[in-house]
Design a protein. Structure first.
Length: 277
């Protein structure tokens, strides 16, 4: 079911992007209803739409049939948030979100692997942590940018889903405070845009908490475009870090994101866990 969900989401995105005639800064699609192609819990789907409706970055929405599937298109603008987010230095990627549907699929995959807590590092507007919450994870949303955390607080209140937004530097935070048992960490940054610094720090912190890494997963956002990388495209640009820190890749899934809207390849997300010795 998950593979079909991913394939159908990518098909919808590709068709929508090819035919999109609007001029919005960002745009994304969520199916209007459960269908053969999108066998999603109706309540979850309703929550995903609510996230978009209550999120101030979206300024407009309309219905559109894409490949025969009724969808809602959400259009928005993240320029102000992006400009604010670039002031935090090199280890922080500017705010560019994944699609809401992509965040939901990733949380579903993490659920399949049996994790019980979801920690989103550099969480932007909190969409991955939000999806974790509706899938009954204990979510923690870690974001350094105060303006984005205010945005998360607004969404959290308006949707009545508390995904625990925290305005804190992920490099400084003491993760033992969260009493994690079986967490999955999402690293919000591409390898060549500060993500490697962030990931290295998080891995060191996981290693410093007794026995935590045995049950911990880490998900990396990769890239398939050569111009962003110095030629190392295996595991979306993360292969050397994965090898260095003795991680095993347990799944890779390519999903639509805001920054690949105009590209024919999606963003690869690499699910890893620590090698068992």
């Amino acid at each position: 079911m998950l593979n079909e969900l991913v394939q159908n989401l990518v098909k919808i995105k590709q068709d929508f992007a090819k035919n999109y005639a609007g001029s919005a800064h960002i745009q994304e699609v969520i199916p209007s209803q459960t269908s053969k192609e999108f066998q999603i819990d109706e309540n979850h789907l309703e929550q995903l739409h609510k996230f978009a409706e209550k999120n101030p970055i979206y300024l407009n929405s309309f219905e559109e049939k894409i490949l025969g599937i009724p969808c809602i298109v959400y259009e928005g603008d993240i320029n102000d948030y992006w400009l604010n987010s670039i002031k935090h230095g090199s280890s922080c990627q500017p705010f560019y979100p994944t699609w809401i549907m992509s965040a939901y699929v990733m949380a579903l995959i993490a659920k399949k692997f049996g994790y019980s807590e979801l920690v989103d590092i550099g969480s932007g507007d909190g969409r991955i942590a939000f999806c974790g919450k509706i899938l009954e994870f204990t979510s923690h949303s870690i974001e350094i940018d105060d303006v984005l955390v205010e945005l998360q607080d607004t969404i959290s209140t308006q949707t009545n889903q508390n995904f625990n937004p925290k305005c804190i530097d992920a490099l400084e935070f003491d993760y033992s405070e969260l009493n994690l048992k079986s967490p999955v960490f999402f690293i919000g940054g591409l390898p060549q845009m500060g993500g490697d610094i962030l990931a290295t720090s998080i891995i060191q912190k996981i290693n410093s908490i007794v026995d935590l890494k045995i049950n911990t997963g880490i998900v990396f956002a990769g890239t398939n475009t050569k111009r962003q990388l110095s030629g190392n495209l295996s595991d979306g640009g993360w292969s050397s870090l994965i090898e260095k820190h003795q991680l095993d890749v347990i799944d890779t899934v390519s999903l639509p994101t805001v920054w690949t809207f105009d590209q024919l390849v999606e963003t690869p997300y690499i699910f890893t866990k620590f090698k068992s010795h």
